[in-house]
Design a protein around this ligand. Structure first.
Ligand code: 5GP
Length: 182
């Protein structure tokens, strides 16, 4: 069997990537999700090894030193990274979805030119801010920081292979599945 592709999906915090990715995996069970490591504390409902591997800063820096990351980045005051071995193992079973931001995505592009890069846009910037507040789990100073970051991220979409709008999670999931031919 040929190796699955890395499908890199980016989009500003609050754009609804998590829901879109879940809908994609519900429809296409051969897709797997690359579970990132992060130093950010878990949000309510987030499970170790499902949403993230929650690690200390020291552990993360050890993983960097050992070259264990396909890519990593520090943003929103935390580290986030893709453990390389896990992504490679999952590729033996089909396409692997990576939910990562543009700085990390660019590192993947340099190392894995065959990967597919998809950027998810909100219907509008106002809608993004509304969704970010609506989630109710992000303090105000972080909302401001994330909106600034979102504007920078959205500027990066020009180098992605495909840009899709999340006006509806089901429709958006279908569109990405068509793009990746799953
Ligand atoms: P959150 O803290 O809301 O779960 O994620 C914040 C941002 O980190 C999102 O834009 C998400 O795509 C990004 N992210 C999650 N995992 C990784 C990773 O492994 N590497 C990089 N570069 N970004 C990640």
């Amino acid at each position: 069997m040929t190796k699955g592709k890395l499908i890199v999906i980016s989009g500003a915090s609050g754009v609804g990537k998590g829901t879109v990715l879940k809908r994609m995996m519900d429809r296409q069970p051969s897709l797997t999700f690359s579970v990132s490591a992060t130093t950010r504390p878990p949000r309510p409902g987030e499970q170790e090894g499902v949403h993230y591997y929650f690690v200390t800063k020291q552990r993360f820096e050890e993983m960097i030193a050992r070259g264990e990351f396909l890519e990593y980045d520090a943003h929103a005051a935390n580290y986030y990274g893709t453990p390389r071995a896990q992504a490679e193992e999952k590729r033996q079973h089909g396409h692997v979805l990576l939910d990562i931001e543009p700085a990390g995505a660019m590192q993947v592009k340099q190392k894995e030119p065959e990967a597919v890069f998809i950027f998810i846009m909100p219907p509008s910037v106002q809608e993004l801010e509304r969704r970010l507040r609506g989630r109710g789990d992000t303090p105000e100073d972080q909302i401001k920081m994330r909106m600034e970051r979102a504007k920078w991220e959205m500027d990066q979409r020009s180098w992605y292979d495909h840009v899709v709008v999340n006006d509806d999670a089901d429709r958006c999931a279908e569109e990405i599945l068509r793009i990746i031919g799953a």
